[in-house]
Write a new protein. Structure first.
Lengths: 391, 194
């Protein structure tokens, strides 16, 4: 059987794993695809590659397609998210200078409580906090502003936010350009490895179920190539299911560590896949369940309410109205996802929206063939986001 | 007489920056400024308040420019990624050449085109040079491995150079592999067996 070439791009991050595994372990081939992967030098370049047709699919930050729909940041085409590649997976880290001050002030580095970490961080800073995020439209920025905003900091206005590509984050900290960062793995662990920083929070401590990266395509491509889109969604879904099995973590780390992918030691990569992170250069270990999730509890389902949350946050910050934000939520294509997985008889949620933050214990919900279990998704401050408020 | 355009070129390599500036000068009278440092890139550019920013798509610092498109203070002019819907060809050519541009909203396409054409030509040349350099480097490395493998075969099988070469070529052909891969395997195996 001849394979159809499908070009895709990724940024060297642990959560690019579904693309890499789909190619390397034959899940793409099983669907008749020759999935060709290119490593992109920056988020804006990756976005432009997919928007302008250099490639057809990309590992993108979940807020990028939403921002594009809102007309933010000069994005030249409509982008759609066909599935969620990964849930969670970011870390907040501080420079060793700041870490020392925080420790001296009694901070315990519990790696789980944003209410303790926030004030401890802000008390240790002289002046404005200089913090690095990978991209203006990123879950990193959203989580950071949500967290610091909820503890009374004007975010982002009260912060000195710097855009720094993930692989350069540790360097920027080493050069003293930033006091803190929020970045995807393995780049937080690299800062620990090189002795320039310590980790204070996993992203999931701020929002337990944050959609991190999405499988993004041009909207026109999704409409014109429904078959290819289906094949791709299934290949990526199978890769995610494989990644969700604990027994595969070591193999996955080895694959990702190859020079053409992340080019980082497998041992460092396995930390985030297993949720056992070294958080200080002194070697303090912390365990974190669901540090990054690829599959369990319908992780890949592109909930429109996730897009709506992102859209509302972006709209509020950039002065756009709420109706514009509502329309932007449609870029998470639950419809395409459902169609693609129909042939696999995967049990899918009955609804495409949910109250974000409302699930505090594993909960059974109605699904196509009975019930399925959704994982807890609370925000650290207990807020609940209703995607369809009374007007 | 048209007003002079203010252009910022983001480029760390000094030689490349000079070449780009030269090409742009050829396309008209412009006020060109090169930024070579990544630190506080967005702020530096905002201070210049340029009409056009040109940057290598391969540069990771490009993401820092995205902040510009969000800046909306009273004194800052909105800068948008170059997306001229009327000239899809130009955008595509720019992407293929690996140059991206941020252009002030409302700048007329006919003013942008000569600058983009010049930049695209120049970046195409950079790309060709880069590809050539990589190809040369790879060829040299392969040549070295093949020579070493040849030496190993000559010694082990007591054959001359031509025979060793022919043997490797035959093996590569029957196994459907590249000559360099066969040579690599010989060198690795010899290393393990010695």
């Amino acid at each position: 059987m001849s394979l159809t070439v499908l070009k895709a791009g990724f940024i060297p991050l642990v959560d690019a794993a579904p693309f890499i595994v789909a190619r390397e372990l034959g899940f793409a081939e099983e669907e008749g695809l020759d999935l060709q992967l290119s490593r992109a030098p920056s988020w804006s370049t990756l976005r432009d590659w997919v928007a302008l047709g250099q490639i057809d699919a990309a590992h993108l930050l979940s807020p990028v397609p939403v921002a594009a729909a809102l007309g933010l940041g000069g994005i030249p085409a409509k982008l759609n998210a066909l599935s969620v590649l990964s849930i969670n997976g970011n870390v907040v880290g501080v420079s060793t200078v700041l870490a020392d001050k925080m420790r001296a002030a009694g901070y315990r580095f519990d790696f789980e409580d944003p209410r303790a970490a926030g004030p401890a961080l802000m008390a240790a800073v002289d002046g404005r906090l200089r913090i690095g995020v990978p991209f203006p439209f990123s879950m990193h920025a959203e989580l950071l502003y949500y967290w610091l905003g909820a503890i009374g900091i004007q975010a982002p206005q009260g912060l000195d936010v710097r855009t720094i590509p993930p692989p350069l984050m540790a360097d920027a900290m080493a050069r003293g350009e930033i006091d803190a960062f929020c970045v995807g793995e393995p780049w937080g662990s690299i800062a620990v490895e090189t002795g320039v920083g310590a980790l204070i929070l996993p992203g999931k401590a701020i929002w337990a179920r944050a959609p991190e990266k999405v499988l993004a395509v041009r909207e026109s491509w999704a409409d014109e190539e429904p078959d290819l889109a289906g094949q791709l969604v299934r290949a990526i879904w199978r890769a995610g299911r494989w990644l969700g099995q604990e027994a595969n973590q070591t193999t996955a780390s080895e694959l990702l560590s190859r020079p053409e992918y992340l080019d980082v030691s497998a041992e460092v990569l396995e930390r985030s896949l297993s949720g056992r992170l070294v958080i200080t250069p002194e070697g303090d270990l912390r365990a974190c369940n669901d540090f990054v999730v690829f599959h369990e509890n319908s992780a890949a389902f592109p909930w429109r309410s996730q897009a709506a949350w992102i859209a509302e946050r972006l709209a509020a910050r950039t002065g756009l109205d709420r109706s514009t934000a509502r329309a932007a939520a449609q870029v998470f294509r639950a419809d395409i996802y459902r169609r693609a997985l129909a042939s696999l008889h995967v049990d899918l949620p009955g609804a495409s929206e949910k109250l974000e933050g409302a699930i505090t214990v594993p909960t059974e919900v109605a699904s196509a063939s009975g019930t399925l279990i959704l994982a807890p998704d609370p925000f650290f401050d207990g807020q609940i986001f209703d995607p369809a408020p009374e007007s | 007489m048209q007003e002079t355009l203010s252009i910022v070129v983001v480029e760390q390599d000094r030689d490349r920056a000079l070449l780009i500036v030269d090409s742009l000068r050829d396309s008209g009278v412009h006020d060109i400024f090169v930024v070579s440092e990544e630190t506080a890139l967005a702020r530096r550019i905002q201070e210049r308040n340029p009409d056009i920013v040109l940057v290598d798509m391969a540069s990771p610092s490009r993401d820092m420019l995205e902040e510009l498109s969000l800046a909306s203070g009273a004194t800052e002019r909105p800068v948008a990624m170059f997306v001229d819907q009327s000239d899809d060809g130009l955008t595509k050519a720019a992407i293929e050449a690996g140059v991206s541009a941020y252009v002030v909203d409302g700048l007329r396409p006919e003013r942008i085109k000569p600058i983009m054409d010049a930049a695209i030509t120049r970046f195409h040349m950079f790309q060709r040079m880069r590809t050539e350099l990589e190809a040369t480097k790879k060829a040299l490395e392969e040549r070295k491995v093949i020579d070493r493998a040849k030496g190993i075969l000559m010694k082990a099988r007591k054959i001359d150079e031509d025979e060793a070469y022919a043997l490797m070529r035959k093996t590569a052909m029957t196994q459907g592999r590249k000559m360099a891969d066969v040579a690599e395997a010989i060198v690795t195996a010899a290393g393990l067996l010695s």
